[in-house]
Write a protein that binds this ligand. Structure first.
Ligand SMILES: Cc1cc2nc3c(=O)[nH]c(=O)nc-3n(C[C@H](O)[C@H](O)[C@H](O)COP(=O)(O)O)c2cc1C
Length: 181
């Protein structure tokens, strides 16, 4: 694959598309290794990723269920959405929690930008595999103190969501963009 295809074929695939199989460990490790090659001002390496797999992944999924039950107002509670979260345990292979540590050496937005670039590196690493997929969710308690604790972040850190990883039988490559003319 050339760089144009790698960039243009990268897609978000959602949990309903996952088949429950496990993403190969060497691919997950390459994703994490490649994440470290994102540009970052003053080389503060602000991103703080944590990989959840196996029982730890199931525990984090239980916490996502708990968060939804505990913090969703009764009038907004959606049982289909809750069922979707409950499907994570059997469908999601790994979860990479996404956070960063503001170093104080450069502006916080620069470290947020560097962390997003780091996530892009992980995401692009998935592109060449025929069945491994994922997406960045900013639901499931993103940014909350509850999820900072659940993902091992300190109170001063920022929690930016989760990269949910899985395998799919039907990997998509095409997408639509409404580019301005
Ligand atoms: C920072 C960020 C947060 C996102 N959060 C969500 C989310 O919470 N739920 C969701 O369904 N998709 C989420 N997405 C995925 C986008 O919906 C997706 O990238 C977009 O639809 C374009 O599709 P593509 O990634 O296949 O090109 C997020 C993407 C980014 C970059």
């Amino acid at each position: 694959m050339n760089i144009d295809d790698i960039i243009r074929f990268r897609r978000s695939h959602f949990v309903k598309e996952f088949n429950g199989q496990i993403v190969p460990a060497d691919l997950v490790h390459r994703m994490l290794e490649n994440s470290n090659w994102a540009p970052n001002h003053k080389l503060t390496l602000p991103w703080k990723f944590r990989l959840f797999q196996g029982e730890e992944k199931d525990t984090l999924c239980s916490k996502m269920e708990q968060f939804y039950e505990q913090f969703t107002p009764a009038e907004k509670f959606n049982s289909a959405k809750f069922d979707k979260i409950k499907s994570y345990k059997s469908k999601v292979s790994h979860i990479i929690s996404i956070g960063f540590h503001p170093s104080g050496e450069v502006s916080e937005w620069e470290e947020l930008a560097a962390t997003a670039m780091s996530v892009q590196n992980m995401w692009l690493t998935l592109t060449e595999h025929p069945n491994a997929v994922g997406y960045w969710t900013t639901g499931n308690g993103t940014g909350s103190d509850f999820m900072k604790v659940a993902t091992g972040l300190s109170p001063e850190d920022k929690q930016l969501g989760f990269f949910l990883l899985g395998m799919t039988d039907n990997k998509r490559t095409s997408a639509h963009r409404n580019f301005p003319v």
